[in-house]
Design a binder for this molecule. Structure first.
Ligand SMILES: Nc1ncnc2c1ncn2[C@@H]1O[C@H](COP(=O)(O)OP(=O)(O)OP(=O)(O)O)[C@@H](O)[C@H]1O
Length: 416
């Protein structure tokens, strides 16, 4: 179970060990049985675009190794994906829905899986995805934990989800770089008080100011997050008629439209992308200079992922949030997060924070101890072998700004 801030390079952190493991152990690739294929590794991610991105990265990393990487995701014709699978697959990158489809059609068997990676693991295991993940991991033919190696990666890891995740692991190591759920201080975070009715004109002011400062165009893209699909379409249209070429990505658009929008944004043809949370996690788009939370999410972890679309791989970025009374339940967690990453917290936000209590909205990570920012096995309420795990007197678990890990006795850490 591994946590590190957005943009810090988690994709490589799970891809390299998988590729290297496959090469080193020289697993005998099982020949397809009829039309069934037997991948050795499975990487699951919550969105189609993220699966595509991981596939592209993994293919680069596997260049000339002979390790074959194939992707399968929904919304695209299955026939091409089946043909790709038939050409051979060592690592399968997939979204859960399409994978279940392939398993039910008996075109993929998980019998030979040695490595299972869940990217954005907390999202994969929250309400929406848990049944599909359980089906894939526990009810098909995948080898049990211990026989396969399971890796869970995310920048955030709420307690409850850590608990759930432990079902898929045996004697696991918890690794955290920095504080779990924190945002990188490469991102300058600004929060502005904007009434609902003023949001559009405020956004327009921001965009005009950006333009005046030369921060506009191909080299400095702006990503605007809104709450609803309808809201995304409406804002895109409004921006367009007001002279700011924009495009949009959300769940009601066809996959082709989504891919086209992303391409147009990446290339700078439409330097503004209006998106729902479907674009919040994992997407690595160079030159995103500004993330605007036009509508703030209810969950602070979602905020962390959204702003993490900028300030990646050592680059700096800016994130602006429009806050008003409707977001009061987020005030406390937002103020704490900002403080933690050395940001200036406006006095009015601190006042909101002082008035509100934890547990508002869907602030899962405040379900108990602050930030859920550590290995839950250290909590006395979690008894499943907790003492055994730590009787080795290992190191601290999550140290702010440093590396830390919790180990089972006899397990060596990557940092030793
Ligand atoms: N060692 C490295 N040196 C330079 N760039 C790197 C290195 N490792 C990763 N990168 C680059 O950093 C960027 C961010 O990596 P990646 O997308 O894996 O982040 P992440 O930690 O998965 O973020 P998120 O939590 O948002 O999914 C990518 O463009 C990647 O190519």
């Amino acid at each position: 179970m591994a946590c590190a801030q957005t943009g810090s390079g988690k994709t490589a952190a799970f891809c390299f060990p998988i590729i290297s493991g496959i090469m080193k152990d020289q697993f005998v690739q099982r020949r397809p049985r009829g039309r069934v294929v037997f991948p050795l590794a499975l990487i699951l991610s919550p969105t189609r675009e993220l699966s595509m991105q991981i596939h592209e990265e993994a293919r680069k990393f596997a260049y000339q190794t002979g390790v074959k990487v194939v992707v399968a995701y929904g919304g695209a014709p299955i026939s091409q994906q089946l043909r790709d699978l038939e050409r051979g697959v060592d690592i399968l990158v997939a979204t859960p829905g399409r994978l279940v489809d392939l398993l039910e059609r008996a075109r993929v068997s998980l019998e030979m899986i040695k490595y299972l990676a869940l990217d954005e693991a907390d999202r994969m295991l929250d309400m929406g995805f848990e049944p599909q993940i359980r089906k894939i991991v526990e009810q098909m033919d995948m080898p049990p934990p211990g026989v396969r190696q399971t890796m869970l990666f995310s920048a955030t890891f709420p307690k409850e989800i850590q608990r759930l995740a432990s079902d898929f692991l045996s004697k696991y190591i918890f690794l955290a770089v920095g504080r779990v759920g924190s945002s990188t201080d490469l991102i300058v975070q600004r929060v502005e008080f904007v009434h609902e009715s003023d949001k559009r004109s405020h956004l327009m002011d921001l965009l005009h100011a950006q333009k005046a400062n030369g921060v506009h165009g191909k080299q400095s893209l702006t990503l605007v997050f809104v709450e609803t699909k309808k809201g995304a379409d409406a804002l895109e249209h409004w921006l367009y008629v007001n002279g700011f070429p924009a495009t949009t990505i959300h769940g009601d658009r066809t996959q082709q439209e989504r891919e086209h929008a992303l391409k147009s944004f990446k290339s700078g043809n439409t330097p503004i992308l209006v998106a729902t949370d479907v674009a919040a996690r994992g997407l690595d788009i160079p030159h995103v200079a500004h993330v605007v939370n036009f509508d703030l999410p209810n969950d602070i972890d979602d905020y962390v992922h959204r702003i993490g679309r900028t300030g990646r791989a050592g680059k700096t970025g800016v994130a602006t949030a429009f806050f008003n009374e409707n977001n009061a339940s987020l005030a406390r967690s937002l103020a704490e997060l900002m403080q933690e990453s050395n940001q200036e917290v406006p006095a009015w936000l601190s006042r909101y924070a002082a008035r509100s209590s934890y547990g508002g909205g869907k602030n899962r990570r405040f379900g108990g101890g602050r930030f859920g920012g550590r290995d839950i096995r250290r909590d006395s309420s979690f008894n499943r072998g907790a003492t055994d795990y730590y009787s080795g007197g290992s190191t601290g678990y999550v140290a702010s700004g440093g590396y830390s890990g919790g180990y089972c006795p006899g397990v060596t850490s990557a940092w030793d």
